[in-house]
Design a binder for this molecule. Structure first.
Ligand SMILES: [Zn+2]
Length: 293
C-alpha cells in the first residue's frame, strides 16, 4: 500500500507548474499529471562533459545571500538567479542534485512536499545538512485553488509539520518559505500566508523539466529561458532524472555566461510557526494518496 501510495504521489506530482490533466481511475480516484509527462523512449545525444566523479570545480558561480522576510525582498540584479527544486525529496535524484550543487559551491531552495518528507526523512535532512534552504509545498501536492480554504490551510500546515518532523532529528527546521503546487495561488491564501509570516516563493523562469525531453534539450531550453529574462527564480523538480543529469552542465553554462547563483535564507528563524498558527486538522481523506492536484 505504501509503495502504491508513493507511485500515486510520483504520478500526481509530475508537472508541478503545469496545468494538470485529470485522469479518472477505476477505483473512483482522480490523478493529475502534466501533458507530455509520459516518458518517451526517443534516444537523445548524450552530453557528458562532466562526470559525477570529477572533482569540485573552483566556482565563481556562487553569488550573494539574500535574507528574505517578504517576497519583496527577493530583488535580483542582472545575471542573478535563484535555483529552486520542488516536489522532493527523492532518494537518488535529490542526492545527485546535491552533488552537482556542491561541486559548484552554490546553494538552492528546496520546496518539499510533506508526504515525500514523511517517506524520505533522511534525504530531507541531507539537504539541510548541505546548507540549502528548505521550504514547503503542501502535504499532498493539492491544487489549492480546487479545494476550500479550510482544506487549503490544512494542506499548507500539514506540509510544514511533516517537513519539520523530518528535519527535527537533525536539529534543522524548515524556513517559512512556501510555493503553491501548480503555482495555483489565491489572493486569500497569499494574504493568510503573509499574516503567518510565511513567504511565497514565486517563479520567474520555468525550466519545464516536467516534459519528457532529453536532458540536453532541457539544458538548452533552460539556458535560453534564463538568457531571455536575464535574471530570476528558476523552477526545477528534484523528482526527474533528467534534471539531475543536466544540472552540472547547466551550472557550467551559467558560470560561463557570467551568472551568479543567489542563496535565499529566511530573515528570521525565531518564529515558531507550528506553535503560533491556527490549526485546522486534515480530514481523513486528505492524508490518503492525492486524488487531485
Ligand atoms: Zn510541485
Amino acid at each position: 500500500m505504501r509503495l502504491l501510495s508513493l507511485a500515486f504521489i510520483a504520478l500526481a506530482l509530475a508537472g508541478c507548474a503545469n496545468s494538470p490533466r485529470q485522469v479518472s481511475q477505476a477505483d473512483g480516484t482522480t490523478l493529475a499529471f502534466a501533458p507530455g509527462e509520459r516518458q518517451r523512449s526517443e534516444p537523445g545525444p548524450q552530453v557528458a562533459m562532466l562526470r559525477p566523479d570529477q572533482p569540485a570545480i573552483p566556482s565563481g558561480l556562487a553569488g550573494r545571500t539574500i535574507r528574505v522576510a517578504s517576497p519583496a525582498d527577493i530583488r535580483l540584479g542582472p545575471k542573478e538567479v535563484v535555483l529552486t527544486f520542488d516536489d522532493g525529496p527523492v532518494p537518488g535524484k535529490t542526492d545527485a542534485i546535491l552533488k552537482a550543487l556542491d561541486r559548484f559551491g552554490v546553494k538552492a531552495t528546496f520546496l518539499m512536499v510533506g508526504q515525500m518528507a514523511d517517506a524520505y526523512p533522511a534525504t530531507a535532512r541531507k539537504v539541510a545538512a548541505a546548507g540549502h534552504t528548505i521550504g514547503t509545498h503542501t502535504q499532498n501536492h493539492r491544487n489549492l485553488r480546487s479545494v476550500g480554504p479550510a482544506v487549503a490551510e490544512a494542506q499548507i500546515r500539514a506540509g510544514r509539520e511533516s517537513v519539520a518532523a523530518a528535519l527535527r532529528p537533525g536539529g534543522y527546521r524548515p524556513a517559512p518559505f512556501f510555493r503553491f503546487p501548480y503555482l495555483a495561488d489565491t489572493k486569500a491564501l497569499r494574504s493568510s500566508l503573509a499574516g503567518q509570516g510565511i513567504v511565497v516563493i514565486d517563479v520567474d523562469i520555468d525550466s519545464r523539466d516536467y516534459f519528457a525531453t532529453g536532458s540536453d534539450v532541457l539544458r538548452a531550453r533552460a539556458v535560453a529561458s534564463v538568457e531571455k529574462r536575464g535574471s530570476g527564480v528558476i523552477l526545477f523538480h528534484d523528482l526527474h532524472a533528467r534534471t539531475a543529469t543536466m544540472l552540472p552542465l547547466l551550472l557550467a553554462d551559467l558560470k560561463a555566461r557570467g551568472y551568479k547563483v543567489v542563496h535565499l535564507v529566511p530573515a528570521s528563524s525565531g518564529i515558531d510557526l507550528l506553535a503560533s498558527a491556527p490549526w485546522a486538522p486534515l480530514p481523513p481523506s486528505g492524508m490518503t494518496p492525492p486524488d487531485r492536484g
